[in-house]
Design a protein around this ligand. Structure first.
Ligand SMILES: Nc1nc2c(ncn2[C@@H]2O[C@H](COP(=O)(O)OP(=O)(O)OP(=O)(O)O)[C@@H](O)[C@H]2O)c(=O)[nH]1
Ligand SMILES: [Zn+2]
Length: 338
């Protein structure tokens, strides 16, 4: 396994420098199951845990390695064991929020790291919903990864062209592909994104066809590709599916359960990018602190009235903004409680 194939580049190289002098090895997390990790490295596949010192120094869950992370390890090629000593900075990350039983404290749990491209999968069947696409875009665009929208199940839709236009309207500049996962040739355009060194993941609601697309791209059943058997700390066998998959033709796919149901975490950035038309309008309001309710010279109100801004889109924006604000308050509270 060479590092470039695994997605290694100058960004990680630079951050690995402090480890270089001490005989550490760069490796990428392929599986995390409990506290046992499987990594890919120049020594092949290695399994192990973080060191006691790492654990001691970790301040929160998000400090621990996650699938897609680059880590500094000490490895033994003979036993195929390793220990993890550090996590390199993440270029991009997907997180989920964790709410306490009282519904208050939240903690960030990083689901996957260093993803370059997100395939946002949408079903063209009954699942098709523009507001849900906006929600996903808000999450995904906050992650730092590039987004490609994939409209699946063209065979179940008579008006694919209209759907594409609707999506184009809420995601200008974002590549959009209409496919049928059951027909391999329609997926060809997607392969141009899955190239050596690039890390791709698939997100989208349940049943939109993520597994079907992965299986078709892999050319084999995902379930059969995955399994690794490792011993955990007590010598028990664990069977885990590889969540970071290197495709035969190069290219890396991350497919883990967490990514399959990303709830809203994100930040203001994703929201502003997704709704940049609304952000632009608010700049045109007469008052800089305009609440867009009854103020004179409100560009939002004007756009809603003359129909240039869709009412449902605006309401969706407000809803997502509210959710993110509540989240920010909870986050702050937690930070203060530390
Ligand atoms: N007609 C049609 N059915 C499809 C297409 N793609 C997927 N399906 C079917 O849709 C169902 C759900 O597909 P999956 O690939 O399991 O969906 P998923 O997104 O992985 O779902 P989760 O695992 O729940 O997240 C399966 O029965 C697929 O055969 C398509 O392009 N056309
Ligand atoms: Zn206004």
């Amino acid at each position: 396994m060479n590092l470039q194939e695994l997605g290694w580049d100058s960004f990680f190289e630079k951050h690995f420098n402090p480890y270089k002098e001490k005989d550490f090895l760069p490796a990428r997390i392929a599986v995390k199951q409990g506290n046992v990790y499987v990594v890919y490295s120049e020594l092949g596949e290695l399994a192990g845990k973080v060191t006691g010192r790492f654990k001691h120094n970790a301040r929160s869950q998000s400090d621990f390695p996650t699938v897609g992370d680059w880590v500094a390890v000490k490895g033994n090629p003979r036993t195929q064991r390793m220990t993890i000593h550090g996590v390199l900075p993440r270029r991009t990350k997907f997180s989920r929020k964790m709410v306490s039983t009282e519904g208050r404290i939240v903690e960030e749990q990083v689901i996957s790291a260093n993803i370059d491209i997100v395939f946002l999968i949408v079903g063209l069947d009954a699942d098709f919903n523009i507001r849900r696409i906006e929600r996903y875009l808000t999450i995904v665009q906050g992650s730092g990864a590039r987004v490609v929208i994939i409209l699946n199940k063209t065979d179940l839709c008579d008006s694919a062209d209209e759907c594409i236009k609707e999506v184009e309207a809420v995601a200008p500049g974002t590549p959009i592909h209409a496919v049928c996962a059951l027909k391999r040739d329609t997926l060809e355009p997607l392969l141009t994104y899955v190239v050596p060194g690039e890390t791709v993941t698939l997100v989208g609601s349940s049943g939109v066809g993520k597994s079907t697309i992965i299986n078709t791209i892999l050319g084999t059943e995902r379930q059969k590709v995955g399994a690794v058997r490792e011993k955990d700390g007590r010598g028990r066998h664990i069977t885990a599916k590889r969540e970071l998959i290197i495709l035969p033709a190069g290219g890396i796919v991350i497919d883990n359960p967490g990514m399959r149901s990303v709830p809203l975490w994100g930040d203001q950035k994703g929201l502003e990018e997704t709704f940049d038309d609304i952000v632009e309008l608010t700049r045109q309001c007469k008052f800089t602190d305009c609440q867009h309710r009854t103020e004179p010279g409100c560009a939002i109100k004007r756009a809603l009235e003359d129909g240039t801004l869709d009412k449902d889109r605006y309401n969706n924006y407000l809803r997502l903004q509210r959710e993110l604000r509540i989240l920010a308050i909870k986050r702050e509270r937690r930070a203060r409680a530390r």
